[in-house]
Design a protein around this ligand. Structure first.
Ligand code: SF4
Length: 322
């Protein structure tokens, strides 16, 4: 296997609340390999977005990274001063957010913002930057790229704004793209175009960390997948192996919840609720929802451990399910 482009080690992200410290991410470790697409999946509130934001020190205050390291190209990003981090953001690591308006300025034209993104990170003239921006808008399937460049973000549809932001994230040729539910605002056809482009980027030396709750997207696009539940990684595997034989009962529940058009069956849903990050149950955090739970599960928290080549799971029964 190729070497990692990003390694997250024992990461914890907390938010102070009136009821105490909320542990959104709790001891998470994983790597993204060069040229791979890694999917980070789980239900809303499982900690996947907080994990993504912590990579570039973008966790909104008063939240903070309370523990861990984020190793990228040999340096711990969490230990870097802000000016050095700014050089890496956008140039070496790009981020695609769910909501494009958090990334686009309402005060500047689309062309000014796209060109600035290029002139800031590359030795390139304003004229060439605008020409490259126009090319990238066309690659994103935006017709009338010239009109879009001279307009302002508020004049575009949500889907167009999202495609502008994705173009800005990809056009500097970063080593790593972090995409947090990147196509939420787009229709199915445009989403498919964007995913095809993200997939192609892998061949251009870009790795992708894709945050999603959509297992269909994971199947189409990802090489490997890490499943998060209640602030922790509970399973990690190559995509085909995970879909064929999930080792963690939570992963199995997620897969059973995916509707299949050709099958006539009731839609499955995992019973119970995701536990509050202020009040995780003792032992395995999935034990009050798990159909396979037994005595040991409430008494002892299972560690994420290697079960087979390339496969890890945090379940006392994982070896037996292999
Ligand atoms: Fe279920 Fe126990 Fe495995 Fe947790 S450790 S997933 S409760 S069987």
């Amino acid at each position: 296997m190729s070497e990692p482009v990003l390694s997250i080690e024992n990461l914890a992200v907390t938010f102070p609340t009136e009821e105490g410290e909320l542990a959104a991410v709790d001891g998470v470790s994983f790597s993204v390999m060069r040229n791979e697409v890694l999917g980070l999946v789980g239900e809303s509130g499982c900690g996947k977005s907080a994990t993504a934001l912590s990579i570039l020190s973008l966790v909104p205050k008063p939240g903070r990274v309370s523990q861990g390291r984020v190793i990228f190209e040999g340096a711990d990003l969490l230990a870097l001063a802000e000016p050095r981090l700014r050089e890496i953001r956008g140039r070496r690591i790009s981020m695609i957010f769910q909501d494009p308006m958090t990334a686009l300025s309402p005060l500047l034209s689309v062309g000014a913002q796209m060109a600035e993104c290029l002139t800031l990170h590359e030795k390139i003239s304003q004229k060439d930057a605008l020409a490259k921006s126009r090319e990238w808008l066309a690659r994103m399937g935006i017709p009338e790229a010239g009109r879009v460049l001279s307009g302002f973000p508020f004049e575009l549809s949500g889907g167009q704004q999202q495609r502008v932001m994705i173009a800005m994230a990809l056009m500097t040729g970063p080593s790593l793209v972090i995409a947090d539910e990147p196509t939420t605002a787009l229709d199915a056809t445009v989403s498919a175009q964007i995913f095809e482009l993200l997939s192609k980027m892998r061949g251009e030396s870009t790795s992708v960390l894709l945050i999603t709750h959509d297992l269909g997207v994971v199947w189409e696009l990802c090489d490997r997948v890490a499943v998060m539940y209640a602030g922790k990684i509970v399973e990690e595997a190559p995509v085909s192996a995970l879909f064929e034989r999930p080792l963690h009962p939570y992963t199995e529940g997620l897969l059973k919840s995916v509707p299949v058009l050709t099958e006539e069956r009731e839609l499955y849903s995992i019973e119970g609720q995701v536990p509050s990050p202020l009040d995780y149950p003792p032992g395995c955090r999935f034990n009050d929802r798990c159909p396979l739970a037994f005595d040991r599960c409430a008494a002892e928290e299972p560690a994420l451990r290697q079960i087979a080549d390339g496969r890890k799971a945090a379940c006392h029964l994982a070896d037996k399910r292999m």
